[in-house]
Design a binder for this molecule. Structure first.
Ligand code: EPZ
Length: 429
């Protein structure tokens, strides 16, 4: 398997264009199941996760064409008819967002059989809220042998769904199903992440009637059919925050373009508090740090607009070299500190207790072999390695490839000493 080798110490100078958001793109791709006309998604990232979902959609009947457009890479998805309403365990296990095909399949065909995703490294991640939402829209749901059997032979009907707590995936799933239900649906305590607004914009461009996305109450007036559309995927706020933190960690001056500051306000505020210079522009931001040691600051992850859990690992990497002790509270997932022992291999001083990590800043880090455990954890190791003395090798790079497009190229263009070592095909322990 491939590894990434980084020799730390180089300051970063240059510009990084941000790609389309992975976590939006994969839900928008699922929306293509809702119409028999083509959905053209522009600003599409090319990632392992989007390729994976494309393969699943092809099995369900979608024609998928990847092409270059005037504004970068595009994907056209055309589901003339659903040829199968079945998503197997093998497919859903490998990428849990595949589960989100369930709602569109029921909405379009009246039935579906989709595997339950199971847990993952960052937490148990049940799908009870997804299933309750689909039941509230009139689907009958049975669980047997690890599969969800869903039926709505006369179509879905609008309903009121009050989520007991905020779930990005369940809100998106309810929206994907309710757009073709008969009558009005109200989603209360809905997630407000920018990806929700992007999904609503895309569905509305396809003829849906969704309002209030981005607030905690979303209203959906069901329509009989949706049509084709062209929709640009929003900028990836997690990639944006990741490169902002990489620039702060390595030092230097990096401009991030094709993105939005307001998507990561809660991170930028914390970075400024720690001593990083942030200049906001219409199409992104410039991140600057010139040598001075950063101050330790505390963070707590929360649903949007709070501090994103998907940036917690990267922020922890920054805090390993800060002056003082940083307390990092993780409130979204129960097991999202697996990067801490790997950062400790580079010399970081971190203790974890339940949902809280204490990071006592050290004077320097030293390169070492480390292992990626999930997507965001793996990039936190890359960030730490940029400032560590000597060479760090990150193994299990397939985690990174799921969600970061051309990472070595983007960081390398700014002067980072980073390269991929092609694997020999042998499994890593
Ligand atoms: C999305 O996951 C993202 N994934 C995650 O990013 C992100 O960390 C998360 O939202 C929070 O922002 C995608 O968009 C593909 P949730 P999701 O439902 O939708 C619990 C990454 O690295 N819960 O908001 O699965 C759940 O266990 C990934 O790109 C239930 O209990 O997150 C968690 O504790 C990792 N029952 C909390 O809610 C349910 O039915 C929030 O999860 C659903 C969720």
């Amino acid at each position: 398997m491939d590894r990434i080798a980084i020799t730390g110490g180089a300051r970063l100078h240059g510009e990084i264009p941000i790609s389309g958001a992975k976590n939006s793109a994969i839900k928008l791709m699922a929306a293509s199941l809702l119409t028999d006309e083509p959905l053209r998604l522009t600003n599409m990232p090319r990632l392992a996760d989007t390729r994976f979902l494309a393969r699943l959609l092809q099995r369900l009947g979608t024609e998928v064409i990847e092409q270059d457009g005037p504004d970068g890479t595009e994907t056209v998805l055309h589901t003339r008819e659903i040829v199968s309403a079945f998503a197997s365990y093998d497919l859903v296990r490998q990428m849990r967002a595949s589960f989100n095909v369930l709602g569109p399949l029921i909405a379009r065909t009246g039935h579906a059989k989709v595997s339950l995703p199971g847990g993952c490294t960052i937490g148990a991640r049940p799908v009870d809220l997804h299933l309750e939402a689909l039941r509230a829209l009139g689907a009958s749901i049975d669980l047997h042998e690890g599969y969800v059997y869903a039926q709505a032979p006369r179509g879905l009907t609008g309903g009121r769904i009050a989520f007991p707590f905020v779930s990005v995936g369940a809100t998106e799933h309810a929206m994907l199903a309710a757009v073709l239900a008969k009558g009005e649906s109200v989603l209360q305590n809905a997630a407000c992440e920018p990806e929700l607004g992007d999904l609503a914009d895309c569905l509305n461009a396809m003829g849906a009637k969704v309002s209030g996305a981005g607030t905690s109450t979303i209203l959906i007036q069901g329509v009989d059919r949706l049509h084709g559309a062209t929709h640009p995927v929003i900028a990836d706020r997690i990639e944006t925050g990741t490169y902002a933190l990489a620039a702060a960690m390595a030092g230097g001056e990096v401009r991030l373009t094709r993105t939005r500051c307001d998507f990561i306000d809660s991170l930028l505020d914390k970075m400024v508090e720690a001593g990083v210079e942030v200049t906001r522009h219409a199409d992104g931001m410039t991140i600057k740090r010139n040598g001075a040691r950063l101050q330790a600051v505390e963070i707590e992850t929360d649903p949007y607009p709070g501090f994103a859990t998907d940036l917690q690992a990267q922020f922890m990497a920054l805090m390993t070299l800060a002056d003082g002790e940083s307390v990092i509270k993780e409130t979204i997932f129960e097991n999202r500190f697996m990067h801490a022992p790997e950062l400790a291999r580079l010399g970081a001083d971190i203790s974890v207790s339940g949902g809280e990590a204490r990071v006592r800043g050290v004077g320097s880090l030293e390169g070492a072999p480390v292992m990626a455990t999930d997507l965001r954890a793996s990039v936190s190791l890359v960030i730490a390695a940029l400032a560590a003395g000597g060479e760090t090798t990150v193994s299990r790079v397939y985690h990174l490839d799921r969600g970061f497009e051309r990472l070595e190229e983007k960081l390398g263009a700014c002067g980072a000493d980073i390269r991929r070592i092609k694997g020999d095909g042998e499994a890593e322990e």
